[in-house]
Design a protein around this ligand. Structure first.
Ligand SMILES: Cc1cc2nc3c(=O)[nH]c(=O)nc-3n(C[C@H](O)[C@H](O)[C@H](O)COP(=O)(O)O)c2cc1C
Length: 188
């Protein structure tokens, strides 16, 4: 699969088969994340790879943050089950001190975001699926995985083989280009 096809056909995967992820494929996905560009090449991203069923179940519970979801009418994080059922969960973290902080913008979020898009595209290219899970109880998750408080947890990525029958062929629509691209000046 070439890069453009991977970008075009990747979809968030929230239902996984119990087929294990081969260690070589996991390695490939992590290697893709490692190759990402970063602020001054400081490489602030870190990844905790979780394969223990009990720990995955706890991570799954922590992805339901009532204060966030209840006002939206959600009774679960749409990816909650996926975190327990995927054979692997990758917890992507950033070391803020190893990235830029300019004009109030903290670039560790950008660095980890780029690395994890690489991770998701590589997963898709080798037949795996994933989804960026950005809602979770950070403090409790940090305690569970011994992540020091100065390290920020940016996203959770269940990883595994998609359960075919549940996989949408086309994902949520995107805004048309003429709504998001301006020629020469803003909104012109
Ligand atoms: C920063 C970020 C946070 C996200 N958090 C969640 C989440 O907590 N739960 C979930 O089910 N999906 C989450 N998503 C996935 C988005 O809902 C999904 O990418 C979007 O609807 C587009 O669908 P697609 O990935 O299939 O193209 C998140 C995506 C991003 C980029």
């Amino acid at each position: 699969m070439d890069t453009l096809e991977a970008i075009r056909t990747r979809r968030s995967v929230r239902a996984f088969s119990d087929r294990p992820v081969e260690p070589e494929k996991l390695q490939m996905v992590l290697e893709a994340a490692r190759q990402a560009p970063s602020w001054a090449n400081m490489q602030c991203s870190r990844f905790v790879v979780v394969q223990d069923a009990e720990v995955k179940a706890k991570i799954s519970e922590l992805s339901f943050v009532e204060a966030f979801f209840a006002p939206l009418g959600y009774r679960t994080n749409p990816a909650q089950k996926a975190l327990a059922e995927a054979p692997v969960v990758i917890v992507a973290c950033g070391v803020p001190g190893e990235s830029g902080d300019l004009r109030g913008q903290q670039y560790y979020m950008t660095d980890v975001g780029i690395a994890t898009e690489n991770l998701m595209l590589a997963a898709h290219a080798v037949g795996l699926g994933s989804v960026f899970v950005g809602v979770f109880g950070e403090e409790q998750l940090g305690d569970l995985l011994d992540i020091p408080p100065e390290i920020r947890i940016v996203g959770l990525f269940p990883l595994g083989y998609p359960r075919e029958e549940t996989q949408a062929k086309s994902g949520p629509a995107r805004k048309p280009l003429d709504e998001i691209v301006f020629q020469g000046k803003w909104k012109s």
